[in-house]
Design a protein around this ligand. Sequence first.
Ligand code: FE2
Length: 277
Amino acid sequence: MTTPYVSMGLVLLGIGLVTVFGLITLLSNKLKGRTRELEQLKAQILEWNRRLEEKVVEKTKLSEVSLSQLETTYLETVTALIQAMYAKDPYLLTHSHNVANYAKAIAAELDLSTERMQRLSHGCELHDVGKIAIPDSILLKAGPLTQEEYEIVKQHPVWGARILGPLTFMKDISEMVHQEHERWDGTGYPLGLKGEQIILEARIISVADALDAMTSHRSYRKSVPLEEAVEELWRYAGTQFDARVVEACLRALKSGKLVIAHSEETHHVADKSSSAA
Ligand SMILES: [Fe+2]
């Protein structure tokens, strides 16, 4: 027999159960709604991500194209300037080419990166580009120069930097050209830079330039034997030249990685720029 208290209890229990069940259903619906929202959000994020990836690929392609266009323009500019040098004096081309080969062999001994070696090579090809501005009567003169003429020739690194100056993408090459006649002890020109104030590439060009100048025939004197040229480089290591670069040059010569090109062409200019030359 059920008492009124029991009945009341059962009714309350029923109400309680209905309430709990209602709450569970409500929560479950809310959770389902949340899950849907989360799913939508996740899909949206994935879509944004996909679009972002597409944009990155697109932008990368664009920058690759402009980079390769810039590279092409750069190489075409180097070639045009080399052609201008050739038109002025064909010897400049042979000499610059030899200097580039020697400099690359030296740079390899000094562990320069491939990219830096490539720029150095172009710097060598153009190291005398400023000679375009030197009058033919001086540049092509057969025989030694007067002091006054020599002072004019000494302006060629300044002219070189002036010619390359507007080409901002060749700023490093312009620096090499500007500094190739500086000396380790600070007695060079045109800036009178000293030691490591001179960029390494210019210090390498300086040694390679002297080596080719000494081992090439000039109209007013024959080339010197390689042994003598090596002695000269040693003599001026630490004063005119960076001793580390001279050592690297001699190592490259010894190992056969630097091979002297024996050109039959004559160099018209009495370039006194190197005391070793
Ligand atoms: Fe020079």
